[in-house]
Design a binder for this molecule. Structure first.
Ligand code: HEM
Length: 475
């Protein structure tokens, strides 16, 4: 099968070896993995947008043509076998669900992320952003410090407040034990991806990694299941959690919305709810933290861009120290352009995997059923269609009227996925990131250098060094 290529097959990635395919190129640490991902996605672009690559006995296609990526994403809804690694954890949650279950669940969950619901979260997001700004004061005496840790804590608090409605006490468990277990479980999935023999369940089930996974799952379940039970019992006695009492701007956490759907329409079991909540926290916390850290570093690197953001904030709030309302946020168009440009060049999810269920005819070739596609977001965001300055950080491109004709190819900007199975939390995360960035820039001058950042691939892109920033209080 490997050797007899059909005439309309795409080119093969250089470095193929019998039996192991290209797996030998994955060997190395996760920094190496990230370098290799950049290399093979850019090679696909160079070869016309599709490239065949083999990990062990599994055929993959790397896609980097925007039209082909969109066609694939809206033809094949099932996720690649790599997502199955997380099935023991989040099973029928949106990220890992099979296509039929996903369709039903996505329809049920979409309303929890509509604009009206998200608007009710703005107050809580402002509160969490002010907490970060206040915590950052302790870093003023340091020349530079690791900002990722502050951003992770902001993201976790915001997501778990708005999705779980936690009290301060329960929040601490999420910030520490739950976050540590999620980090370890992601690292473990990445390990399994690199060690292709562990893709086979019968080998994996006997491995030390499996035993470690079971221990981590126990920790995660022991945290999430009691939280859901507690809230369910609170709701059955109509008692609101304590944090509602002293805070203006009430909102209904996503957990409450799901519990209500369960009691009104009988749609979710407690286990379904656990899987959805674990999915939301897992899907949001690493992606948003990575994206926001890169955004802060980009702002730190270009002082003229930082000044423009600051001036825009001053114009919108007329020099007041108020919280940002939804109307203020809509006016921060330059800040939004900076965020999108950062997501383009430093996408937290540089790859998206799908299972190819049927033969799919692309522009220049056909990709075969029962294989895996890898949508190369990293290369899509550097596609020649972006222009000769595709590798430069230029937020202004998002304000240029010609951007709308460029984005008529919807897969050209794929930071939040492509097609119908895209990120359900896209608007949510843009909102939360905009609020915290606006609060930080309003208060501090930020210094740092994004060119020094070193990343590794840990399912999402993770900055591991060079991401320190310095702060000075604005007068
Ligand atoms: C900057 C932040 C974020 C980025 C870059 C991002 C990126 C993505 C991408 C690329 C996908 C598609 C993955 C795939 O097809 O394999 C996705 C899916 C998803 N994201 Fe996000 N995401 C972010 C934030 C969030 C947040 C804050 C939430 C939840 C509150 C969230 C929840 C989800 C869920 C549940 C899915 C699966 C959707 C489905 O299959 O229907 N994400 N995200």
């Amino acid at each position: 099968t490997w050797i007899r290529q059909k005439p309309d097959a795409p080119p093969m990635m250089p470095g193929f070896l019998p039996i192991i395919g290209h797996s030998h190129l994955l060997i190395g640490d996760r920094k190496h993995l990230w370098k290799y991902i950049k290399y093979f996605t850019l090679t696909s672009l160079k070869y016309g947008g599709t490239l065949e690559i083999w990990f062990g006995l599994k055929r993959h296609y790397v896609l980097t043509d925007p039209d082909d990526c969109l066609k694939l994403a809206n033809t094949c809804y099932s996720k690649s076998y790599i997502y199955d690694f997380a099935k023991d954890f989040i099973n029928n949650g949106l990220i890992t669900a099979d296509a039929a279950t996903w369709k039903v669940n996505r329809k049920l969950l979409n309303p929890a992320f509509n604009q009206q619901v998200l608007d009710t979260f703005i107050n809580e997001m402002n509160i969490q952003a002010r907490n970060v700004v206040s915590n950052l004061k302790n870093e003023l005496e340091n020349e530079s410090f690791d900002v990722l840790r502050h951003i992770v804590s902001f993201t976790l608090s915001t997501v778990s407040r708005t999705s779980l409605g936690l009290t301060d006490e329960d929040q601490k468990i999420i910030d520490t034990d739950y976050a540590a277990a999620i980090d370890s479980i992601f690292a473990l999935y990445c390990d399994r991806f690199q060690k292709v023999w562990l893709h086979l369940n019968f080998i994996f089930n006997w491995s030390e990694i499996k035993r470690k996974q079971d221990r981590l799952l126990k920790i995660l379940h022991n945290i999430m299941i009691p939280l859901i039970a507690k809230r369910k019992s609170e709701l059955s006695t109509k008692r609101e959690p304590t944090y509602y009492e002293d805070r203006p701007g009430k909102f209904k956490p996503i957990l409450d919305q799901m519990l209500q759907m369960a009691s009104d329409h009988g749609v979710f079991s407690d286990e379904d709810i656990r899987e959805h909540l674990d999915t939301l926290v897992a899907a949001s916390y690493d992606t948003t933290s990575s994206a926001m850290t890169h955004m802060l570093l980009a702002i730190a690197t270009y002082p003229e861009i930082q000044n423009k953001i600051y001036n825009e904030i001053q114009e919108v709030l007329q020099n007041k120290d108020d919280d940002f309302t939804k109307h203020d946020l809509q006016k921060l168009v330059y800040l939004e352009a900076v965020m999108k440009e950062s997501l383009r060049l430093h996408s937290a999810t540089p790859l998206i995997g799908r299972n190819i269920d049927v033969d799919v005819k692309l522009k220049n070739c056909t990709i075969r059923a029962n294989s895996t596609s890898i949508i190369g977001v990293y290369a899509l965001h550097r596609h020649p269609l972006w222009g000769p300055d595709a590798n430069e950080f230029k937020p202004e491109r998002w304000l240029d009227p010609s951007i709308s004709s460029l984005l008529e190819k919807p897969a050209l900007f794929a930071a939040f996925g492509i097609g119908k199975r895209n990120c359900i939390g896209k608007t949510y995360s843009m909102l939360m990131m905009k609020i915290v960035l606006a609060h930080i820039v309003r208060q501090y001058h930020i210094s740092g250098d994004i060119h020094k950042v070193v990343c590794e691939f840990d399912i999402v892109l993770k900055p591991v060094s060079g991401h320190h920033i310095g702060l000075k209080l604005r007068s």
